[in-house]
Design a protein around this ligand. Structure first.
Ligand code: FMN
Length: 503
């Protein structure tokens, strides 16, 4: 590995665009990134997203495409010796032309007016109209046959309310705090990587919507922009609003395999001012994202690569968007070696709240509390990791049954499949502090940018406050387990002899 900043470019001869254009195959593949020429031939087979995605850029200036997915300084992680020298700026016209994306066509339908988005599924329909197929697949894909995602969506409908009537519900208060930071609502924007593939404004575009509406947001390690740039967009938007927004940014942490890098990332996150570390623990490796695989195969075939091995990115560890989006040029982003003991050194390096994201059973929830974390997020990663994983609601029911003593001691969050503000209430009745919403915000961002994010908050907020009134509560702390009927989920719960039911 080399650091580009350590290399004196002035000692290197500039390279003619026509020369770059000749290196456009698996045998020799050069690309231009940020005005410099890189020989990425040896990296092709190591690329987490497959060789095809790079080959499509062979002999061209790939900067724009690269920046959609990664901060530009990620070129530092290309293998040593890749940097060949600066491109001669007068010869840019001689570079190869970008190849048209394969089966990446947008729909011929027109984008619906934003006011036609009155519930979360409307954002999905709108996004499908505007997003290139590749971006839409990235957002919508799920693991294996899709059952985990389907269960997430279905389980919200398997719990019913037990509303109370004739209570004065003239005014409702929807505010909820996360680790002492009040937000306007008990839902926040879940961490999602590579927002640059969804909207040109990437994470800052999402941040502005969150700040304007007073919702908290968790920023992904796999973001297109750097943690510093994203925080700057937050600070700028806050300034514009005279620092009146209660929104806070938290950081989702994919633990790099290399301990030094892992600690350095925590240092950066701290320095930027993120309010909490949400460590994702359900990704020792990337799940099988089925639609991504199909797209990846199509792209490989289009550049003449018959069958790509996926072993490299599976064992090397990668991040969220690897197969669909071309992957990050950094191996070792996900660590299959993580254990509970890692919490010790993390705690030494991070003094704010720690949340474990991706807890999927009562035993791990209890362990997390014993290891002293401040919160847990019950999640199966939006159905993108383990096939037939439990929904967060099912896990919450397990916790109520087998270790209810942790409720109230640590903050419990829930995400996955939430598409209606009133469903937030169900999670809160059962003991959740707040709920994360993922894809609806991603689709809203893709279709309408910041305005879409704001609209999505409004849609959920309206459903939430209507739901509160119809349920007979005026503040979120009035929500109780007896306000829902969760019998259907409880009847399906795993009840081994060794577990004593406390329900
Ligand atoms: C496109 C996409 C990208 C995601 N990227 C990340 C990520 O970088 N880190 C992470 O911890 N979770 C990631 N997630 C999972 C979300 O944080 C969250 O758990 C999930 O989206 C919630 O389900 P929902 O989309 O059905 O609301 C991603 C989810 C999606 C849909």
């Amino acid at each position: 590995m080399y650091r580009r900043q350590d290399i004196d470019l002035s000692n290197m001869n500039s390279i003619d665009g026509a020369d770059v254009a000749k290196h456009n195959s698996t045998k020799s593949c050069w690309i231009v990134l940020d005005s410099n020429v890189y020989n990425v031939t040896s990296f092709l087979q190591k690329h987490p997203g497959g060789a095809a995605i790079i080959l499509k850029q062979a002999g061209t200036d790939a900067t724009k495409e690269f920046e959609k997915y990664h901060p530009l300084d990620y070129v530092n992680d290309l293998p040593a010796g890749s940097l060949l020298g600066p491109i001669d700026p007068n010869t840019l016209g001689k570079l190869s032309k970008q190849k048209a994306p394969v089966s990446n066509t947008k729909s011929s339908e027109e984008l619906p007016h934003i006011s036609l988005c009155v519930s979360c599924p409307d954002f999905k329909r709108a996004a499908k109209v505007v997003l290139p197929r590749k971006s839409y697949v990235y957002a919508s894909t799920s693991a294996n046959t899709g059952l985990s995602l389907q269960t997430n969506l279905a389980d919200w409908g398997r719990i019913n309310f037990r509303p109370r009537v004739m209570r004065n519900v003239g005014d409702v208060d929807t505010r909820r705090s996360i680790f002492g930071h009040p937000a306007m609502y008990p839902f926040y924007i879940a961490p999602m990587g590579t927002l640059g593939a969804i909207h040109a404004g990437a994470e800052p575009e999402m941040v502005r919507g969150a700040v304007r509406k007073g919702t908290h947001m968790i920023v992904s390690t796999a973001s297109t922009k750097s943690p510093k740039d994203i925080m700057q967009s937050y600070v700028d938007e806050q300034k514009r609003l005279d620092n009146k927004s209660p929104t806070r940014l938290f950081y989702q942490y994919y633990m790099p395999v290399d301990r030094k890098k892992a600690i350095e990332l925590i240092r950066i996150v701290k320095e930027c001012g993120y309010q909490g570390l949400w460590i994702t623990v359900d990704t020792p490796l990337l799940g099988k994202r089925t639609l991504d695989r199909v797209l990846q195969a199509e792209e490989a075939l289009a550049v003449g690569v018959e069958e790509e091995t996926t072993a490299e990115w599976e064992t090397g560890g990668e991040n969220e968007f690897a197969p669909a989006m071309g992957g990050r040029a950094v191996a070792g982003q996900l660590s299959p070696y993580t254990t509970w003991e890692d919490l010790e050194w993390i705690r030494k390096n991070w003094d704010g709240p720690i949340v474990l994201k991706g807890i999927q059973c009562a035993e791990d929830a209890k362990l997390a509390q014993q290891y002293g974390v401040d919160g847990i997020l019950l999640s199966n990663h939006g159905g993108r990791q383990l096939h037939t994983a439990p929904s967060a609601l099912m896990t919450l029911c397990e916790i109520r049954t087998y270790c209810p003593e942790i409720i109230g001691k640590i903050e419990i969050f829930v995400d996955g499949g939430l598409r209606d503000g009133s469903d937030v209430l169900k999670a809160l009745c059962l003991g959740a502090t707040a709920v994360g919403v993922g894809r609806p915000f991603m689709y809203a961002l893709g279709a309408y940018g910041t305005k879409g994010v704001e609209r999505c908050v409004e849609v959920l907020a309206e459903e939430l406050s209507i739901g509160m009134r119809l349920l007979g509560v005026t503040a979120l702390d009035q929500l109780k387990p007896e306000m829902v009927n969760a019998t259907r989920l409880l009847n399906e719960m795993w009840r081994p002899e060794s577990f004593r039911s406390r329900l």
